[in-house]
Design a protein around this ligand. Sequence first.
Ligand code: CUA
Length: 257
Amino acid sequence: MDRAERTALITAGLLMAVFFAALVYAAAGLNISIPTCVTDMVPFKQGQVIDKGNNHYEVHMVAKMWAFDPPEVRLPPGADVDLYLSALDVTHGMYIEHTNVNLMAVPGAVNAARVRFDREGTYGVICHEYCGVGHQNMMGKIVIVKGAVPPGPPAPAPGGGAPVAAQLGEQLFESKGCPGCHTVDGTAGVGPTMKGLYDRETEMEDGARIKQDESHIAEEIREPGKHVVKGFPPIMPQLPLTDEEVNALVQYLKTLS
Ligand code: CUA
């Protein structure tokens, strides 16, 4: 064996020994274990924040085309969070800014991470797995602010007329992930913009021209595949919405003139 070869082999062997010793030291000496991120939890379809007391929260996050549910989580500083992540449709990713949380959202499985938010501020949440045409719009946020009250059970729907319904509709528009595809400022997204939708005459894929009145907008929300707007892919998902929620969305869309 050549002398240089022997030197290279011995150096490589020594390096391996050093790395292995470092691993053993981390595991046994420093008690650092490799976190397990795969759970045996049953996948869930809806996101929620559960207050476990003592500033400890369980966050169930659902990744779907093209939003996170819940889209925004507000917690007080020092919150310890057990994060569980599932996907509704295809494989997504989830990265939380300024943390080491970086998970895959896999349909049919739940991945988990534990994270503590000490610093006040807004932590952006982004999808880092290419998941379709709306991928770049898929984001959420975690807001850490003093006195934040984590969301409890949803407030009872307020009674009242169109303005109240429109307000509820705006919240639904955000929470159901509609902005992932539909802008409200007139620019085209994955789907048509919602600005000026009401009363607009729209050309459909089959050539028909349809006036977007209340009943037609409601129908498109309920049965997205029935009429497809010309020039856009037929990918709008059907959402489980009550009649009241559909009406609230319609009332909100009417305000976007
Ligand atoms: Cu979800 Cu990219």
